[in-house]
Ligand binder design. Sequence first.
Ligand SMILES: *[C@@H]1O[C@H](CO)[C@@H](O)[C@H](O)[C@H]1NC(C)=O
Ligand SMILES: *[C@@H]1O[C@H](CO)[C@@H](O)[C@H](O)[C@H]1NC(C)=O
Ligand SMILES: *[C@@H]1O[C@H](CO)[C@@H](O)[C@H](O)[C@H]1NC(C)=O
Ligand SMILES: [Cu+2]
Length: 410
Amino acid sequence: MRTGNLVLLALQAASSALAAPTPDAIPADPKAALAQLEALGSATFQQVEEELVAAEKKRIFGGSCTLANLKIRREWSTLTSNEKKAYTNAVKCLMSKPALTPGSLAPGAKTRFDDFISTHINQTMTIHYTGNFLVWHRYYTWVYEKALQVECGYTGTQPYWNWGLTALTSLETSPHFDGSDTSLSGNGVPIPNQPDLILGVSAGLPPLYLPPGTGGGCVTSGPFKNYTVNMGQAALDVPGGIIISNPAGPFAYNPRCFKRDLTTAINRMFANASSILNTILPPQNIADFQMKLQGVPGSGDIGIHGGGHFSLGGDPGRDFFVSPGDPAFYLHHAMIDRVWWIWQQLNPSNRAQGSTAVAGTRTFLNNPPSAATTIEDIIEFDFAGSTFGPPRKIKDLLSTTSGPFCYAYL
Ligand SMILES: *[C@@H]1O[C@H](CO)[C@@H](O)[C@H](O)[C@H]1NC(C)=O
Ligand SMILES: *[C@@H]1O[C@H](CO)[C@@H](O)[C@H](O)[C@H]1NC(C)=O
Ligand SMILES: *[C@@H]1O[C@H](CO)[C@@H](O)[C@H](O)[C@H]1NC(C)=O
Ligand SMILES: [Cu+2]
């Protein structure tokens, strides 16, 4: 009874947070900001549940996504040890299955895990700083989750990595990256005295100096210590302002150890809980929201999206094209999707359906100039998609509880 009342109170508090979030009230204190973010997250979850119940009553969605079959994606640190191991075992299973991508197209694509990398490399310039950025990565992460389930018997859901949580402590000691058997593997072997990262120069932008991490070498701990990266590099940022690419091309077979360079400082600078709330809460359209989230190139802000990617570091984590080769990519992008989901639920009729849900063009920063993205545009995944990830229209992928989707984040 008492617990029931507390839950009710918590839900009421959460609901009001969803109804009246004000950007000027975002706490500067990272702990308080995280609490506010989590209250907003729970309120969003509750709102989705209520929508599903209401829809079932009206039979709006024809009953395909219901409260009964809603899948819940959770933060890595809240999973049990067995759940964590089931996830990483399934990823290792995907890394052991033969690729569907023909060797003639991508000689480096050796495994089903690699199919996802080659698909991402192939489409990089038409899925980032484009109108389809968020929806492409939503469907991609979902298809990856499906591959784990369908091809590797995984019974859980795609976990996410809340950067606001790791910003409070450190990546190196987090349940996500502490190198234990229940982590997503740890840091790379430390390389002392690494220079700063220098971003932007090759694109003719003002340099952005970012601190190096505490690793840099091969990953030697946790479930992925023996994982070999097969493809790339395509455009790997390494400390000192150097960008590495394989002269034989991004799809060539180039086996090498998996490296990380965990950089808590970057996590704290760009992807703390206040940054997340500052991305979600200001009143803005999708064009501004997705730009804030990715960071305006040359502005000195890499956004929460860049903050997560660059704090992992290493190879292929800091490679714009090959980044899905770090298994943590999918937890990072599940969190990106969660942020978008929360933002959408603040105004679902405007942000999760119809033409106002997307903005932008079909090419990276509209370079070369391209047509505007529309909700009729098609997302497709080359060979990663297999049978469960067929080409689909954007309009069918805008809500996490319609089209092929039926999930929410807790
Ligand atoms: C993993 O790699 C290490 C060397 O880094 C090697 O000693 C060990 O046998 C490998 N383990 C497996 C399971 O392949
Ligand atoms: C949180 O991130 C913002 C950028 O989004 C930054 O300005 C601020 O300094 C960061 N806060 C802390 C405590 O590092
Ligand atoms: C890359 O995309 C093109 C155009 O859609 C496609 O024909 C090709 O098969 C793709 N390559 C890979 C490696 O997926
Ligand atoms: Cu991407």
